[in-house]
Design a protein around this ligand. Structure first.
Ligand code: ARG
Ligand code: GLU
Length: 722
């Protein structure tokens, strides 16, 4: 095949090139900061004005030292020399729930500390800095043949990883974590520091921070002030330490300057943060499992669960508070997957992948250098075809049966039963059981039996309709014993199970005698949990485990071959919750293909959406007053208050709260979402449709100063462009 025909028949590459010509401002890729040098020319041509060494360098003076992994799945940034950090409202939501009560309802009223003494410690919350990253592929992979099966390879690699990490920890006195990139073809180490005394500083009420709720979630145009602020505290040596009243605010040598001068369409932007998971290089066979199995099943199960939750949340404030955080989490995936399925379809990503695979196959059949490549796609097809029914079944197990909160608590019964097996005397038996019961307090704080019973009814109906052939015999028998009446069955389960309240568990613990474990193991919720679990362990998980292990092997070799085939292209590794930089430009969008939406929304649009009867579109009174008086302080632009904006940066889940930077590396916003039709960018980036959504830094400053009355925080920051 001539070079020219190879080029022309490669549909995907051609598509990338063409679409990049049309959209010179859209860029696919999430780059490891330590590899940015290779992109500096491109970044500069798009508008970057600082050397990439300012973003990351080996001397510890790069801006990577101002970016944090917030908790376990969000990003945040340091915005003052006193360790003040900015992240999203939805990233701080769970923490705030832990310190909110009906008396101190920070969701309704917001919270802005007026000085450091008022900042609220959040037990369990951590933030992690990545101080340095290094490619350690040679140390991990030297001498290992690429065709060695993953089961064997894994054990060798695990030993080497542990040794290299140990060595780095000893040398740096910090944490060190090695993760695979490019499906295991490369390994990188991250040297990290995790701070664990983190305090809440500022949190707008839901009327601002979740404005538009799930209706506007994943949608552009968007009107949410999705931000919150925390502060890192450190020991006298500025190092991580447990909470103590004596701790000092973390002294930050690197923090982001804030640019309040705004931006315009076409301006260069970067997003610096921790994207979680993407799968850009998988085969059409694996993609099919996403859009025709796992996404649709999760969507169907969650639609039912969310309907029930919403109904019950509307009934009482108590229920609202119990379920608001859980609901946001469940609804978030539910909506994203709908956008993903749509985007994959609109772009015919399967068709494109199939085309790409045809070209790949032709090349592989004749390529001498990659003899293993010729059979990869056939093997993937065979493996996925065999696994599809199991994946279907297990997705129903996870989303339908184990989607019921009561059933999820099965392990508690097992923990209690284990106490009996220890053969303790009755007196200490009580004690041990009581501890297990007490340990469940976190769950019951946010649990409502009536709500969950309705979830049981709707999800069990789904399960019985869709999984008739797979239901474990015991579960079928119980269903029959209730005359196939799910409502009656639910009634029985929720009346009898010990798991419906902490009181029931504690009362059981207080009277428990040797031999009472039979009572536990007759618990109707546990019986369902156990039947599903046993069926999974015997009939599903072992096969799935070997399927995934085989797929990891095939994916790794497929990745290696793709990189070999297009050896002049610079590949970016799939997201894996390590630090990345992505770059693009401020750009509007045509979500439905007809009219074009601007790249920015404003407070005027927020107020126009005000609906006092709606839980999610009700604008707080004070915000309306500020709007009426155009009292925007330094932050408005000719009487207009910007709220959110979009740009063409390639982001993913985990990039929430990420700093959005201008051409000088100054902060212009906090990333918090993507546009609906573009959420398929985790599998396929389409420059026409993919946009990241950010809160404008000026809206954040305005809300903090004028709404929250916390000008003292603004005074800590370094603000330019005004
Ligand atoms: N979609 C955004 C993300 O994936 C925001 C989620 C929080 N907002 C919500 N309405 N649930 O995290
Ligand atoms: N909201 C997402 C998060 O929590 C970021 C949006 C996205 O997935 O792009 O990380």
């Amino acid at each position: 095949m001539s070079k020219m025909t190879a080029f022309l028949t490669n549909g995907l590459l051609l598509f990338f090139i063409l679409s990049n010509c049309h959209n010179a401002f859209a860029k696919e890729g999430m780059w490891i900061p330590a590899t940015l040098k290779a992109h500096e020319k491109d970044m500069r041509s798009m508008g970057l004005e600082i050397p990439v060494e300012q973003l990351y360098n080996e001397n510890g003076t790069g801006l990577n030292n101002a970016v944090i992994l917030f908790g376990r799945g969000c990003t945040g940034e340091v915005i003052s020399p006193k360790g003040l950090i900015l992240t999203n409202h939805h990233c701080g939501y769970g923490s705030v729930q832990g310190v909110s009560t009906t008396d101190k309802d920070y969701f309704a009223n917001g919270f802005f500390a007026q000085n450091m003494n008022e900042e609220i410690p959040i037990p369990g919350l951590t933030v992690t800095f990545i101080r340095r990253m290094e490619n350690v592929t040679d140390q991990v992979l030297h001498g290992i043949k690429n065709t060695l099966k993953d089961e064997v390879r894994d054990s060798i690699i695990a030993i080497r990883i542990a040794a290299v990490e140990r060595d780095f920890k000893a040398r740096t006195h910090m944490d060190a974590m090695i993760k695979p990139n490019f499906k295991g073809n490369q390994y990188w180490i991250a040297i990290a520091e995790t701070y664990r005394d983190i305090r809440l500083v500022g949190f707008p009420p839901n009327g601002i921070g979740t404005f538009g709720g799930d209706v506007e979630n994943w949608i552009w145009p968007r009107h949410t002030g999705d931000f919150s602020m925390f502060r890192i505290y450190a020991g006298a040596d500025n190092k991580p330490t447990d909470y103590s009243a004596k701790n000092q605010p973390y002294r930050a040598d690197q923090y982001f300057k804030i640019n309040a001068g705004g931006y315009k369409e076409g301006d260069f932007t970067m997003v610096y943060g921790f994207p979680g998971t993407t799968e850009e290089y998988i085969s059409s066979y694996e993609l099919k499992e996403v859009y025709s199995i796992t996404d649709p099943i999760s969507i169907a199960a969650r639609t039912r669960k969310l309907d029930v939750w919403s109904k019950h949340m509307a009934w009482t404030r108590d229920n609202f508070l119990k379920y608001t955080s859980k609901r946001a989490g469940v609804a978030n995936g539910w909506k994203k997957w709908q956008g993903e399925v749509l985007g994959l379809k609109l772009n015919d990503v399967t068709g494109k992948k199939q085309q790409y695979e045809k070209t790949f196959q032709k090349w592989a059949d004749t390529s001498g250098k990659f003899p293993f490549a010729g059979t990869l796609l056939d093997d993937m097809r065979a493996a996925t075809t065999a696994a599809d029914p199991l994946i279907t079944q297990d997705q129903y197990n996870k989303e339908a049966v184990l989607g019921i909160e009561l059933i999820q608590q099965g392990p508690t019964i097992e923990k209690m039963a284990a106490c009996f097996r220890l053969g303790l005397p009755d007196s200490s038996l009580d004690d041990t059981l009581k501890k297990v019961a007490e340990g469940m307090a976190w769950f019951y704080k946010n649990y409502d039996v009536a709500t969950d019973k309705d979830v049981f009814i709707t999800l069990m109906s789904l399960y019985f309709t869709k999984c008739a052939d797979w239901i474990p015999e015991d579960v079928k028998a119980t269903y029959k014993a209730h005359n196939q009446d799910i409502m009656a069955w639910a009634e029985d389960v929720y009346n009898t199970s010990l798991l419906t309240s902490k009181d029931k568990l504690t009362a059981f613990a207080a009277k428990a005698k040797r031999g009472d474990s039979t009572l536990l193991l007759a618990d109707p919720a546990w019986l369902i949990y156990n039947a599903i679990n046993v069926a999974r362990k015997q009939k599903i998980l072992p096969q799935l485990k070997s399927f995934y292990s085989n797929m990891r092997y095939l994916d790794r070799l497929y990745m290696e071959a793709q990189m070999g085939k297009y050896s002049s292209k610079i590949f970016y590794p799939d997201a894996n919750l390590t630090l990345r930089v992505t770059y693009g430009k401020i750009a509007g969008l045509k979500p439905d293909g007809s009219s074009k939406y601007s790249y920015q929304t404003t407070l005027g649009e927020v107020v126009a959406l005000d609906d006092p009867k709606s839980d999610i579109f009700k604008v707080p009174k004070k915000l309306k007053e500020l709007y009426a008086a155009k009292d925007y302080g330094r932050w408005g632009v000719k009487g207009v208050m910007p709220v959110a904006f979009i740009a063409s940066n390639h982001t993913s889940g985990g990039n929430s709260g990420s700093p959005v930077l201008n051409r000088k590396g100054e902060l212009i916003g906090a990333n918090f979402d993507r546009a609906y039709e573009g959420t398929m960018s985790d599998y396929y980036f389409d420059p026409k449709r993919c946009r990241n959504i950010s809160v404008d830094i000026r809206y954040i400053l305005f809300i903090t100063e004028k709404f929250g009355g916390a000008k003292w925080l603004i005074d800590e920051m370094s603000i330019v462009g005004k």
